[in-house]
Design a protein around this ligand. Structure first.
Ligand code: SAM
Length: 213
């Protein structure tokens, strides 16, 4: 299934009605076809505002939430962005159109391989995909201008806060994995960290270590 004109209009309408109004974010989400990131019989639901199952028991997040997270990040063209939780690669692909470089870490090697193949096929050459435990970030590439975490921890991981540059923004869900969590935005300033609550959300948990698959 592909994003034809009518589906594109409905998709963008649904995003706007969820509060995604940033023109650059909407343009990026129009260009990155979510249908490329959803496989099997769920492909026909790719343009619905729903999270959907992907390999390794994980999910591709719902477009409305991806849009709100991307909008809250306020990514600038020179930015170096870290994503924790590659999943299908959908969020990283959108970020790659807005940023200079995207590093994305995933604990399931199968998902890393699938996302890497998809980024190659779509010629998204500014994404580096890494297999590993993203809660430790990527110290060698830090500091980052923006960090997005797409799995929920009880608190923002310390190593990620340390790898955010002053003036940088991190967006992540926080809270217990079996309860409604809070999507928050953390801004690092000269004098410390500022926290804003964005929306109630439900994400899979941030898990320690590499997965078996
Ligand atoms: N951003 C993804 C997308 O666009 O499809 C959605 C990701 S899914 C909601 C969350 C992902 O985080 C899962 O693929 C999961 O395996 C991954 N994850 C969980 N804990 C992790 C960790 N410590 N390090 C890296 N990835 C992790």
């Amino acid at each position: 299934m592909t994003m034809d004109a009518e589906r594109t209009m409905q998709f963008l309408f649904a995003l706007r009605s969820k509060g995604v109004t940033d023109k650059r974010v909407l343009e990026a989400m129009e260009k990155i076809d979510r249908g490329e990131f959803v496989r099997g019989h769920f492909a026909e639901r790719a343009y619905d505002d729903l999270p959907l199952p992907i390999a390794c028991g994980q999910t591709i997040s719902q477009p409305g939430i991806v849009g709100l997270m991307t909008q809250a990040l306020n990514v600038q063209p020179r930015d170096k962005v870290l994503e924790v939780g590659t999943g299908s690669g959908y969020q990283a692909a959108i970020l790659s159109l807005l940023a200079r470089r995207v590093y994305t870490i995933e604990r399931h090697r199968t998902l890393v391989a699938e996302a890497r193949a998809l980024f190659d096929r779509l010629s998204l050459s500014n994404i580096t995909t890494i297999a590993g435990d993203g809660s430790f970030g990527l110290p060698d590439q830090s500091p980052f201008d923006r960090i997005v975490v797409t799995a929920a921890a009880e608190d923002p991981p310390g190593p990620l806060l340390a790898q955010l540059r002053v003036g940088g923004i991190m967006v992540l869900p926080v809270g217990q994995s079996d309860a409604v969590q809070s999507l928050i935005k953390v801004t690092k300033t000269e004098s410390g960290l500022e926290y804003d609550e964005l929306a109630p959300v439900r994400f899979v948990p941030l898990i320690e270590g590499l997965g078996q698959d």
